[in-house]
Write a protein of this length. Sequence first.
Length: 302
Amino acid sequence: MTVVALFRYPVKSMLGESIPRATITERGILGDRAYAILDTETGVIASAKVPKRWKDLLSFSARFVAEPVHGDAAPPVEITFPDGSTLRSDDEGIDKALSTALGRDVTLISVPPEGSYFEELWPDIEGLTPQQLAPRQLIEDTTIRHEDSGEVISKFDISAFGAPGTFFDLSSLHVLTESTLDRLRELTPDATYDPLRYRPNIVLGGDQAGFVENDWPGSTSTIGDTAAITFSFATMRCVMTTLGQGDLPDDADTLRGIAKHNRIEIPQIGGTWACAGVYAEIAEQGEIAVGDPHSTPVAAAG
């Protein structure tokens, strides 16, 4: 397979950047989720995974004003607001402007406070989450409140499986194949399966068909000349994939289709979950670019 697209998201839950090249560091793609919005009232890291409160974040976009440099502090980002206006992260009025636009008192941060967490809504979609007792207990144990609809909102530590001190939800790198999206389009032709809904870092294309990355957890592959990644577990999909963003409309069928057609066992968490794509961690740092080859994943010996 080859790399057909690379993405980074300078501000968590805002639209990001399509880039031709990327530096893979021990913390994932350099610059990815370098900033986040902190709700100063609750202390929560804002995420569009709670749409009633934060879906408007997907109406913003962010780009770096200069390329990040490994080992240096992240450069400022330019944020485009829903009305088309722009401000930089180092502008004096950025927090006030964001608070006004989002309707909550917020601040833009680049380092997660100790004990940071995010919240996630579990939409009422059949097959989305496990029905087995133990995995269901995970959701019950993390429930912090309910929406007016009765749907559960869970509380999770930020970067539970990713590099400490980052704003990732679970892992440092997210990989998605065109073959998975093509298969979902075949199975649910009326849904809008656009890669932008799933916020991958790396999109791979090739001749393989079907949900090819389902078999990758536990294996390692190389990208380009130097970088290598180890696949950890399948990517559970959430309500955020159903939300309108950019030119894409609201579309709950994108999540219903995954929940119906691609439920995967995740040993690290337990139970079968609606999945598309795969998480990965960094085995070898390096530079990658669109067009680079991606080797066949090889399982660890033993």
